[in-house]
Design a protein around this ligand. Structure first.
Ligand SMILES: NC(=O)c1ccc[n+]([C@@H]2O[C@H](COP(=O)([O-])OP(=O)(O)OC[C@H]3O[C@@H](n4cnc5c(N)ncnc54)[C@H](O)[C@@H]3O)[C@@H](O)[C@H]2O)c1
Ligand SMILES: [Zn+2]
Length: 654
């Protein structure tokens, strides 16, 4: 193989040289901690740095090393008769195909048979390599990989692990290779509080008192002495026959392997009782493997086919402190763009101020950004400090008010803060089910200082909305008509729309059912009064009373404007029933809404605990709305079911 160094034939520039030296030094340091079971950084971060070094200097000696030299410990050092190597890796299907093609070319040139049609695949166990030696069929020795040449003799510990037979079925002398793992079920049972099975296995297997080794398991996948064996498949069969536990394996073509990989990535891996970090793919024929030979103690005829990492290293460019609708300040890291799970990521959540302090993060730091299960990307760890540690702000970035710390959170308590005003308006619009009002419109209205509190919504003139950027007469009329069409509001909706903490619609309903049938009665209630209601309790009662008193003037302004809550639910055959429509329906949404509302029912914009019926094109939909509905016990209906229901109630459908 030729290494073109991206086409450079001159000396790399000093900055690159310095980065290479830095990476190499750090890689050696991280390895030493990792193989001792106390990694400094995550595997994903380590792999990212190793890949970076490989890009800059593919032949760097740090990349050729295996494991780490053994440290001075109480364990006796032992030399491996046959050095223990490592594996090269591929991280996607194209790389695996390229590896197979390259192997085929090489073997064929040497007069062998192409390997692509005869591959052997095994789960790549994420544990610690171990060599176990049997003499005359009896367990004799176990040596850790160490740096591949010299390891530690931890025989008494390995003897206690599961899956290690004391005696073989035949009186053979041989050396087998396996991986010490900690099964997840054993971790749960016997290692409370431990989160990483690999690190626990590494630490435990080297304990001088051997404590905990009985909970570890060894699975075997290789055999050093060949015993007339000519394929990997025969090796595994032999190991199983002698009583060794093994990982799952299969024989197949390149296409089969790709299928297996997809299946493992998408489902099997998540259901295993142990962690694997990929598959190991090899030429099934040992003759082909011998022909291919090895480079840097990594066989060319085998490769680790790793699962895609959903984490990458990047650099923090800026840290933003966004004030949210509830006043909570959320820190966000802006990082140099990285590709993650098919998307370019530039913003990563830092959750809260407590987490920022715990990470000790700052602008200029190298961080690991991850995106798991499609959630919002977040910063997992600081890999290397590169700048000053971020000092959390003392003032709100939206309104400059002094921030308050509450537990892990920073809060803006200024009720006039535009972020909080937007939040309250948003809550109102949501609760009354005004579907036409988008976030952006609310933001514009608050920005233009046209709306400071919910009551202001009802004072808006069509022209004020029409004049906003990208609005117009049609939109203005539509949203204002919608607003008035929701009136009058029932008392529970009115209360929930205020968005008082701890005071959602269920609580509002409970209060009405307990006799607080007018807003006046509620405003007059004390904490003690409400605490007596079963299902409320003193804490919630306190929040409700304080919340209502804090908004009293605003409530009075609403009422003065004619926004008077009514206690009676509307009348009609669908009174007391709520519906939410989702997906493509045969009639326009507006028509369905009208049908429900003119008959006394309510239409909600989303699935809440209050929703009685979710109507969708397919009743067995697996959409997130349908899942939520199932959780709440909401009835799922298809269109036909909906029409049948309302007709049974006496609604005439044209
Ligand atoms: N976090 C850190 O600081 C840090 C530091 C160094 C290394 N690492 C991690 O260690 C790994 C590299 O270490 P490595 O040299 O042990 O290589 P490796 O784990 O990538 O692959 C080789 C090893 O796989 C194991 N293996 C498991 N199942 C196998 C099977 N069925 N067939 C063959 N081998 C199997 C063997 O022990 C073998 O030695 C990387 O994943 C890297 O992220 C992390
Ligand atoms: Zn603020």
């Amino acid at each position: 193989m030729t290494h073109l160094h991206h086409g450079w034939d001159k000396q790399p520039d000093p900055a690159v040289r310095a980065r290479i030296d830095e990476l190499a030094e750090r890689i050696e340091r991280y390895r030493a901690s990792y193989y001792a079971g106390k990694p400094d950084i995550s595997d994903a971060a380590y792999d990212a740095l190793e890949d970076e070094l490989r890009d800059l200097d593919p032949t760097h000696p740090a990349l050729a090393r295996v494991g780490t030299p053994v440290a001075v410990t109480e364990w006796e050092k032992a030399r491996h008769e046959i050095p223990m190597g490592s594996l090269n890796k591929v991280v996607n299907e194209a790389e695996l195909e390229a590896w197979a093609t390259r192997c085929d070319e090489l073997v064929v040139k040497e007069g062998g048979k192409a390997i692509s049609d005869d591959l052997f695949v095994a789960e790549k166990l994420d544990g610690i390599s171990i060599e176990v030696i049997y003499r005359d069929g009896k367990y004799a020795d176990a040596i850790t990989r160490g740096d591949g040449i010299m390891g530690e003799r931890i025989s008494p510990n390995v003897a206690r692990m599961r899956g290690v037979p004391q005696k073989l079925k035949e009186k053979l002398t041989l050396s087998v290779r396996g991986e010490i793992i900690l099964k997840l079920s054993d971790m749960k049972k016997s290692f409370p509080g431990v989160a990483n099975p690999r690190n626990a296995a590494a630490g435990t297997s080297k304990r001088f008192d051997g404590q905990g080794c009985e909970h570890l398991t060894v699975l075997f996948y290789d055999l050093a002495d060949h015993l007339d064996i000519t394929t990997e498949e025969q090796k595994i069969t032999f190991l199983r026959k002698q009583g060794f536990g093994t990982p799952w394996t299969a024989k197949g073509t390149l296409k089969d392997v790709l299928g297996i990989y997809r299946k493992y990535s998408s489902e099997i891996r998540a259901g295993l009782d142990y962690e694997i970090d990929g598959l190991v793919v090899r030429a099934n024929s040992t003759a082909a493997q011998t022909l291919l030979g090895e480079v840097n103690r990594r066989p060319r005829g085998a490769t680790a086919f790793k699962f895609a990492s959903q984490a990458k290293v990047s650099k923090v460019v800026e840290i933003l402190w966004d004030t949210g609708p509830s006043g909570r300040v959320t820190p966000v890291a802006i990082v140099e763009p990285v590709e993650l799970a098919g998307a370019t990521v530039q913003r990563a959540s830092l959750h809260n101020v407590g987490n920022v302090r715990a990470l000790g993060i700052g602008v200029g730091d190298e961080v690991l950004v991850s995106r798991r299960n499609d959630v919002i990307p977040y910063v997992e760890e600081v890999v290397e400090k590169g700048g000053k540690t971020e000092l959390p702000p003392t003032r709100c970035r939206r309104c400059a008010a002094e921030l308050v710390t509450s537990g892990e959170y920073l809060l803006c308590r200024n009720q006039e803060c535009p972020a909080l005003v937007e939040g309250r308006i948003h809550n109102w619009i949501d609760a009354i089910g005004a579907l036409e009002w988008g976030d952006k419109l609310i933001e514009q209205l608050v920005e233009a200082k046209l709306v400071k509190e919910p009551g202001d919504l009802y004072k808006l003139k069509p022209k004020q909305i029409a004049d906003l950027e990208r609005r117009g007469d049609k939109i203005a009329k539509k949203v204002l008509d919608e607003l008035t069409s929701r009136l009058p509001l029932t008392l529970p909706v009115f209360l929930a729309a205020l968005g008082i903490e701890g005071f959602a619609i269920q609580t509002a309903r409970l209060l009405v059912a307990s006799g607080y049938t007018t807003i006046e009665k509620l405003l007059a209630a004390t904490e003690q009064d409400l605490a007596g209601i079963s299902g409320l309790g003193p804490i919630k009662a306190g929040m409700i009373v304080r919340g209502l008193q804090g908004r009293k003037a605003e409530i009075e302004r609403l009422i003065a404007q004619g926004i008077v809550p009514v206690t009676q639910e509307q009348e009609g055959p669908l009174a007391g029933m709520s519906f939410c429509f989702t997906g493509a329906l045969s009639r326009p949404r507006g028509e369905m809404t009208n049908l429900v509302e003119t008959n006394g029912g309510r239409v909600l914009s989303g699935v809440t605990k209050e929703l009685n019926y979710l109507v969708s094109a397919e009743a067995d939909s697996t959409s997130s709305k349908a899942q939520k509905a199932k959780k709440y016990g909401t009835v799922l209906l298809d269109e036909a079911g909906f029409f049948k229901l309302i007709q049974d109630k006496g609604v005439k459908v044209s």
